[in-house]
Design a protein around this ligand. Sequence first.
Ligand SMILES: Cc1cc2nc3c(=O)[nH]c(=O)nc-3n(C[C@H](O)[C@H](O)[C@H](O)COP(=O)(O)OP(=O)(O)OC[C@H]3O[C@@H](n4cnc5c(N)ncnc54)[C@H](O)[C@@H]3O)c2cc1C
Length: 552
Amino acid sequence: MTPSAREIFSSSACSRGVFPASSSSLARAKRKIRYSHLTKKKVSNRRASATTTKMNIICASASAKNNNNNNNNNNRISCGDAIVNESLTPPPASGAEFDVIVIGNGPLGAAIGLHLSEKKEKKILILDSGEESLSSGSDDLGRIVRPLDAEGREEWTQLNIDSIRSFREIQEESEIEFFEKKGSLSIGSRAFVSRPASLLEAKGIEHEILRGRDEMCEKFEYLSPKTIPEEYIAVSDRVGGYVSPHKMRAAFNRLAVKNNEWTKVCVQTGEEIVASTTTDKNDDDGFVKVRTTDGNKYVAKEKVIVACGYYTQPLLHRSKIDMESLEDVKISKRTIILAKVSEEDAKGRFRDMPTIKYELPESVRSTRTTTDTSTSGTSDQSKNEAKSVYILPPIWYPGPVPSPGYYVKIGGGPNDFMTLSKAVMFDGEKNDIDKNKEKKSPIEQRKELDSVWEDHRKATYEDQKEDIESWMNSDGDPEIVPQLKTALLHVFPDVQFQSFETKACATTCTSNGSMKIEHYSEGKIWAVTGCNGKAAGPAWAIAKEVVANASL
Ligand SMILES: Cc1cc2nc3c(=O)[nH]c(=O)nc-3n(C[C@H](O)[C@H](O)[C@H](O)COP(=O)(O)OP(=O)(O)OC[C@H]3O[C@@H](n4cnc5c(N)ncnc54)[C@H](O)[C@@H]3O)c2cc1C
């Protein structure tokens, strides 16, 4: 990251080599790796109790079946729109060369692809695992985008403003509408709303401040004076709204392909990134390769950018990247409720409803605290999430998942960080590699080390994938669901909801609440992660920073 860059990301700008190839790797031979019986048992139990799938996929790509590691993520929300996969092409032949390969075609990967496509001379490949392989953190029909950042952070406020400003042109050029300008509302104590409000003021964003319950309930008819604390303040803008992440991705993809005939988007799951380094004599072309689960190998002459959401760390780990710099990035298990409302309510009382961030009064707050308060749990995002909820206005879900209808979405509550399975690593005297060290040549030692690491990486990657997918295939946290329902009925006590559906989701959080962009292997591999639950809406602006900082 360049020192002159705006304070968008926290970055250690590290440039470490891949594990066995780096000069420090042989020193690591002393470190031994094995799996505890407990870990193995846990894995087999989990496999035995593989989650049953419940729902059907509507927006699956035609080529998604290419993936070998099919997890049947059948509780995906149906987006019912063929347009979302329109830009996909069949996978290029194995061995094909590109300038840049982007792994992950979520909001961030697609936006990175779009910015890269403006460089007409570059050949770009965007890979995505497809809906039937790995799950995605943006599997829904609404993601909030708003300058009224919940934590009142300058960086996030600006990213949202810049992205919203870009939408009009992108929608016009792509002919895909993905943004609903509904406005944003933040309701809570003075302490809760004052920072976001002062940033709107500082940025010259038109907004309104309503002091006290009566004033806000008069203006927003869906709020009830029965429940809102009297002293609460509301801040509202008419700039924000929500995006359909699927349609936004489709628009980015369509424009990327239109801008640059060399851009390819296809369904392939990246299994390993192999970076040759200048010290690696076996593979001295200096290019990075991406091996996919289908057995294809693609060559990136300049860079590979990893934008795999919560799969970013597992993939880097699988690829032997020493990613100490991402150690504080944790996956937070999130739960949402989709509450069905009548068409009459959707088009009536909720007609002009903006997205809402609401500070819960103590009486309706979760009794649970954020897990792991030592690191990511201490960020302002984590603290704010623990005491608030966000609510999206009714969105039409075409079904079958959930059943067709208008749904209000509510989410929030304390972060619950996932503990990904890890192999047990320890130093000891009885390691076979160490024991025979004197008798073996450096090449033999290296081969032995590689094979031990290979087992370690495979097992932990598969293990981590199971941890993630079993959460994503669940109905969310049974303890959080009633709390979200209570919060929803607190905010809307007069609304007759027709049904409540729950869904698990996940996002990556950092200890300081900023995103992370890191680079490895002499700057040939870049990773973007640490979305803190708010990087879908502003993905366009985040991606712009990524491409600028990667000097592409
Ligand atoms: C419940 C919930 C609510 C949220 N609400 C909001 C909101 O209102 N506003 C907002 O801005 N943000 C919100 N977020 C956060 C937002 O969804 C994330 O910031 C966003 O999804 C991050 O985008 P991404 O492209 O990095 O990752 P993802 O959306 O997860 O996309 C990554 C893509 O990479 C693919 N992939 C993974 N591994 C591989 C591989 N090895 N090879 C190929 N492809 C791979 C995945 O399948 C996926 O398609 C929310 C998150 C959650 C969980």
